[in-house]
Design a protein around this ligand. Structure first.
Ligand SMILES: Cc1ncc(COP(=O)(O)O)c(C=O)c1O
Length: 391
């Protein structure tokens, strides 16, 4: 191998596989062999896409709206997204600041290319959504992992960020609510981080993909506090459209031109049919469906967090968004991967090891996704109780 290939191989080696996929694969094998598996591994709403969205997609197909769209997306959808920020957050955006992307994943890829240069350091919490680390590696940059635990409500503080910043640091990437912990950055902490990051001259990106799926009154968008921040969001979670591959980013005026150029080059446009369908997501009848689904998630959270804590798992009492419980298993094991394997193989409950989400204390944590109905959640808890009775 020549030097260049070696360098590339080293960069790619840092991109680790997503262990949850292995869990999913094994769970499917066990199901094919006739076992009943309780699925708490997948970060995907169990509800199918709301009917008005499906109907709108059929109309789009019948009208032949099947070509590429403009790179930043169709005007009507970008305008609806602007209205959404005005209504939910009191933030006025220009349509040009909003680019529709192929999922938040497409948005993160674009923003990594826009904001991160070779050799940069990007501050990230640990644990966090694993793909983010990998996007940064792929840019030849370094994820600067900031360990966060129960004490900090699994979200960074300015103090912690300062401790991990170096001369190479050029950006801060946050997620609120967070995957895998479901915790949020409250208005004060988000504001403090934004001020500090601004003063340091860093770019600031906030992943707001779990917005809408929150169980507190006040969940600020970073755009309420810091108009120069970059935001990623998606139709996958609150809007229940994972398979449609549709998301969006919001960029400040200064980034609009470059973001458009990147969109043209990276993916030409997001799916035309999905964009036309997503217009229906903003109708009031559809929003009512989302709100009732959110209520179901809230009930599941209340049930699961209490049940797990009763079984001896260490559980945060402020899971304020998303659909995850990030539970400490140290009472039972210090090896999350074999714990998950055992619980799946012997007891038919699929969960994800904390090691998927970072280096900090992942061996002592597992992630439960409450993306399955109450009946299965109850069965899952019953099986866990049986599995852990000797501990
Ligand atoms: C925090 C976070 N960001 C981004 C994504 C990617 O979502 P999508 O590409 O489906 O919009 C996910 C998916 O689980 C996530 O949890």
């Amino acid at each position: 191998m020549n030097n260049r290939s070696q360098q590339l191989a080293r960069q790619l080696e840092k991109v680790n596989p997503f262990r949850v996929m292995t869990v999913m694969h094994r769970a499917a094998e066990l199901e094919a062999a006739g076992r009943k598996i309780v699925h708490m591994e997948v970060g995907e709403p169990d509800f199918t896409t709301a009917q008005p969205i499906i109907d709108a997609a059929k109309v789009a197909l019948d009208k032949g709206l099947t070509q590429y769209t403009a790179a930043p997306g169709i005007t009507e959808l970008r305008e609806r997204i602007c209205e959404h920020y005005q209504q939910r957050h009191g933030v006025t955006l220009s349509r040009d600041q909003v680019l529709v992307t192929p999922g938040a994943s497409g948005g993160l890829t674009l923003l990594a290319n826009l904001l991160v240069e070779h050799g940069d350091g990007i501050l990230l919490s640990d644990p966090a959504y694993p793909c983010v680390r990998n996007f940064i590696h792929l840019m030849g940059a370094t994820p600067q992992l900031v360990p966060v635990g129960l004490v900090e409500n699994f979200q960074p503080t300015v103090e912690l960020l300062k401790q991990h910043a170096t001369d190479a640091t050029s950006g801060v990437w946050l997620a609120s609510p967070s995957n895998p912990t479901g915790t949020i950055l409250d208005r004060q902490r988000l504001g403090e981080i934004a001020n500090w990051s601004n003063q340091a001259g860093y770019s600031l990106l906030v992943d707001e993909i779990y917005h809408g799926l929150h169980y507190v009154e006040d969940l600020p968008s970073i755009l309420e506090l810091e108009p120069s921040a970059h935001v990623v969001n998606s139709f996958s979670k609150y809007f229940g459209m994972t398979g449609w591959r549709l998301g969006w980013i919001v960029v400040p005026e200064s980034s609009i031109e470059m973001a458009n150029i990147l969109a043209q080059n990276l993916y030409i446009s997001a799916s035309s049919i999905a964009q036309h369908a997503a217009l229906a997501a903003f109708e009031s009848a559809t929003q009512e469906m989302f709100e009732s689904r959110r209520e179901s998630f809230r009930q599941r959270r209340d049930f699961l967090a209490a049940a797990l804590s009763q079984l001896g798992f260490g559980v945060s009492d402020s899971i304020e968004g998303a659909f995850y419980v990030y539970a400490n298993i140290s009472k039972f094991s210090d090896d999350a991967e074999s714990f998950c394997q055992h619980i799946l193989e012997q007891h038919g409950v699929a969960i994800t090891p904390g090691t998927d989400f970072g280096e900090h204390d992942g061996r002592n944590h597992v992630r439960f996704a409450f993306t399955t109905g109450m009946e299965d959640l109850e069965l899952g808890v019953e099986r866990l109780a049986a599995a852990l009775q000797n501990h």
